[in-house]
Ligand binder design. Structure first.
Ligand code: PDD
Length: 287
């Protein structure tokens, strides 16, 4: 049985899955997406991801392609058919297929829905044990980074720059010298005063679903937590740092540009990573 993708109402072999050339996702990057992790048949924070999807769609005035509960069923079906019990499901929704014209197509044009899966055993990553390097780069993105848009060109350029610098991630820096977030993750530091800092969820960052779960865990553990901007200099003087996302969980950062923070992941970071793992283990297995 070949790996399947879901494209506009049909499960099709992944190798043959395609969208129309006039799809606005292809023509304009006019769409939104979500990435949901699956660990041992458990969806991690599915409701949070679908809430954010709803918000992204609403901000761009794109209709749901199917009802939310139907989407959940389709997601489960794709994962089960592809026998993915540990992995990732990607879903993209675009403003649909219409003759190329920047303004919105006429009402009634159905949104497009594409879903793909990938098997990943997240715990195999050595990053959790060793920590990673990040580089800092100028944030050249638009003013609505709170929308999880498929228009990811600056993020792709940044990630490539990180790759070429043998780094895991690039943390983007605003004109004010403060770090906004990674190209596909949220940035965190622990100050020498033992304050856990990440940026507030304004339109300058994507409000990560993993970020929200980590904030809850930190609150439960009585960790001093502050949402505020922090500069590159402050990050380089931090006791610990990490970067978070649905696919990288809590990934320890041990080096920022040429500044080595530590030789190994710090204790608070490891504690949050382990707490996040335990949080996942307690979720209900629904696949
Ligand atoms: N990226 N910031 C950006 C710019 C992101 O693209 C992501 C996620 C995050 C973290 O969000 P969450 O915790 O909800 O995954 C922050 C996904 C994983 C991706 O593009 O593959």
């Amino acid at each position: 049985m070949p790996r399947l993708a879901y494209v506009n109402g049909r499960f099709v072999p992944h190798s043959a899955a395609a969208v129309h050339v006039e799809d606005r996702g292809y023509q304009f990057g006019d769409g939104v997406y979500e990435v949901v992790t699956v660990v041992q048949k458990r969806f991690v924070d599915l409701e949070g991801h679908l809430d954010r999807l709803n918000r992204s769609l609403g901000e761009l005035r794109i209709d749901w392609p199917v009802a939310r509960n139907v989407l959940e069923i389709l997601m489960r079906q794709l994962l089960v058919r592809n026998k993915v019990s540990d992995g990732i499901i990607y879903l993209q929704i675009t403003r649909g297929v219409a003759p190329r014209d920047h303004k919105f197509p006429k009402s009634g044009t159905p949104a497009s829905l594409v879903m793909t899966t990938r098997r990943v055993v997240h715990e195999r990553s050595p990053n959790f044990r060793k920590g990673v390097k990040v580089i800092t780069i100028p944030d050249i993105r638009w003013l609505r980074c709170d929308i999880k848009s498929t228009s990811l060109l600056p993020n792709c350029l940044g990630k490539q720059e990180a790759f070429e610098a043998e780094a895991y991630e690039a943390w983007q820096v605003g004109e004010d010298g403060n770090i906004t977030e990674g190209t596909s993750s949220n940035a965190w530091i622990l100050t020498p005063e033992k304050e856990l800092i990440t940026r507030a969820p304004t339109s300058e960052i994507l409000n990560g679903i993993t970020r929200l779960t980590i904030i809850e865990i930190a609150a439960q553990q009585g960790i001093k937590f502050v949402e505020r901007p922090f500069s590159v200099a402050e990050a380089k003087a931090a006791e610990e740092a990490f970067t978070s996302s649905a696919t990288s969980f809590v990934t320890p950062v041990v080096q920022i540009d040429d500044t080595v923070l530590s030789n190994e992941p710090g204790p608070l970071t490891i504690n949050l990573l382990n707490s996040y793992r335990q949080y996942i283990e307690r979720l209900e297995a629904t696949l």
